[in-house]
Ligand binder design. Structure first.
Ligand SMILES: *[C@@H]1O[C@H](CO)[C@@H](O)[C@H](O)[C@H]1NC(C)=O
Ligand SMILES: *[C@@H]1O[C@H](CO)[C@@H](O)[C@H](O)[C@H]1NC(C)=O
Ligand SMILES: *[C@@H]1O[C@H](CO)[C@@H](O)[C@H](O)[C@H]1NC(C)=O
Ligand SMILES: *[C@@H]1O[C@H](CO)[C@@H](O)[C@H](O)[C@H]1NC(C)=O
Ligand SMILES: *[C@@H]1O[C@H](CO)[C@@H](O)[C@H](O)[C@H]1NC(C)=O
Ligand SMILES: *[C@@H]1O[C@H](CO)[C@@H](O)[C@H](O)[C@H]1NC(C)=O
Length: 427
């Protein structure tokens, strides 16, 4: 009578063992890939030094009395103008052979919102990283353990309400709201701002809660969503950020920020030329929506940490600018004029023409050819590949990591709901 269950039990055990062995083998395969992979290095056979920035002639070396800073971590805060500015850092890293921390899968995101696991980012043979500019969330302990002590921490943020509008559109927040069709307001932003708190806009990824409508810029700078209501904690956290970061740029004052970046990093004018003013020019129905006073006040309360942080970093930007002395705004005007000249030069597409930028107190004299335009127009993907090859990072690991919030927002929101249910059961 009991033979059958025994048989089922034995067969069950065997198949479990087989599965376990197969699973283990699969894991080890990955593990070996990690071990084989991380020790990549600078093998000079892979360097095809086609680094043409179009600079034909550099008359007189720059007379600066500082030496350029070549260790930096650039926190690419989402939806804050970081795609406009990141090319500066990519190009700088490429031209100066910097050892860039890159994800082992070779994609555009290092890891978000948690740091990458060991084995999931490439370890250089030199053992020392110089630069990070791919999407990752600021994590002081993790980064300080991996970058040299003199690393410059840099980021960009923007005015929180415009950031909110941009996120609301980009992450399709109105789909999450599930407001009734009968709702009289055609602007989902207005509906949301009547009372943002009840909407289930929290999401969960790799065990970390975030909310793309609330303090999302502070989150990218490491601020925990759970502390959204604790403004004393926020003040202390922002104090610490002020100490940690050499510069937090402000999108609304982009050119001033870039000139300050150039000075603080002791880089050259040619390092910070941007071909396009802003690359992020998405248009959407409420882009230019002016909130009422009540709406502004509501959002200020809801996302108070971002407002506090923005105010603080805007103040410190202007404090740092004042410390630069009188010729700072002269340089900003000059920078603007040079970028406009470069844009015009590149727009004409005369492949044999030359562009000369006369020497000023802020730059040596440069003569560029059309390759300048090519190097300024190089896409993020192309730079990633060039740098990858330059550093001899070898094969990429074929592993899919779920970092892209826009693509996976739905399932990340669902995870947060499930997690909340589990929490309430456990409470
Ligand atoms: C570069 O390659 C040459 C010839 O293949 C070799 O002699 C040299 O040691 C290499 N240099 C480095 C830094 O690997
Ligand atoms: C470099 O600049 C100096 C003056 O600034 C000028 O006399 C000289 O001819 C220039 N040299 C070249 C190669 O352009
Ligand atoms: C970068 O490496 C290449 C190839 O090894 C070398 O030719 C070049 O001078 C290096 N550039 C800098 C700025 O160190
Ligand atoms: C930051 O890094 C530390 C050290 O690696 C890690 O323990 C911690 O979980 C990280 N924090 C977040 C929020 O990812
Ligand atoms: C942006 O979109 C709004 C509404 O859809 C439209 O009225 C406006 O003309 C658009 N602006 C541009 C520059 O396309
Ligand atoms: C930043 O601060 C400056 C100086 O206090 C002020 O003029 C400017 O309006 C502020 N910028 C924004 C975007 O609030």
């Amino acid at each position: 009578m009991y033979r059958k269950p025994v048989l089922v039990f034995v067969v069950g055990c065997i198949s479990l063992m087989v599965t376990a062995v197969m699973f283990d083998r699969e894991l080890r395969k990955h593990d070996m890939a990690y071990r084989r992979f991380p020790m990549a290095g600078n093998s000079n056979s892979t360097i095809k030094a086609a680094k043409n920035t179009g600079l034909r002639l550099l008359n007189s070396s720059s007379s600066s009395n500082c030496s350029p800073r070549k260790n930096f971590v650039w926190i690419k805060v989402h939806k804050s103008g970081s795609s406009t500015t990141t090319p500066l850092f990519q190009k700088y890293a490429y031209i100066h052979n910097l050892t860039v921390m890159m994800p082992a899968h070779g994609g555009p995101i290092l890891s978000w919102p948690i740091p990458p696991r060991e084995g999931l980012y490439v370890k250089p043979r030199t053992g020392v990283y110089n630069a990070l500019y791919q999407h990752s969330r600021y994590n002081k302990t993790w980064m300080e353990a991996r970058f040299p002590p003199d690393t410059a921490y840099l980021a960009i943020i923007r005015e929180p309400f415009s950031h909110f509008k941009s996120c609301f559109n980009y992450y399709h927040v109105s789909r999450v709201m599930k407001t009734k069709k009968t709702s009289h307001s055609t602007n989902p932003l207005q509906t949301f701002l009547k009372n943002p708190w009840p909407y289930k806009t929290e999401a969960l990824s790799y065990g970390v809660r975030f909310d793309k409508t609330r303090n999302a810029q502070a989150f990218d700078l490491g601020y925990p969503l759970e502390k959204s209501g604790d403004l004393d904690w926020a003040r202390r956290y922002i104090d610490q950020l002020e100490q940690d970061f050499l510069l937090v740029m402000i999108l609304e004052h982009l050119e001033e920020s870039i000139v300050l970046l150039r000075r603080l990093m002791c880089w050259e004018l040619q390092d910070v030329i941007l071909r396009s003013g802003t690359s992020n020019s998405r248009n959407y129905s409420f882009k230019h929506y002016q909130p009422s006073r009540t709406e502004t006040e509501t959002y200020r309360q809801y996302s108070a940490v971002d407002f506090m942080m923005f105010h603080r970093f805007n103040q410190s930007l202007w404090r740092k600018i004042r410390a630069q002395g009188d010729d700072f705004f002269g340089e900003v005007r000059h920078y603007r004029a040079v970028c406009a000249q470069v844009r015009e030069f590149c727009r004409r597409r005369e492949k044999s023409a030359l562009l000369t930028i006369p020497s000023t107190r802020w730059n040596p004299r440069y003569t560029f050819d059309f390759n300048l335009c090519k190097s300024l127009g190089t896409s993020a993907t192309a730079y990633r590949n060039k740098i990858w090859n330059q550093l001899g990072y070898g094969d990429k690991i074929n592993i899919e990591m779920i970092y892209n919030v826009r693509q996976n927002h739905g399932s990340m929101l669902k995870q947060a709901r499930q997690n909340s249910k589990e929490r309430s059961i456990n409470d």
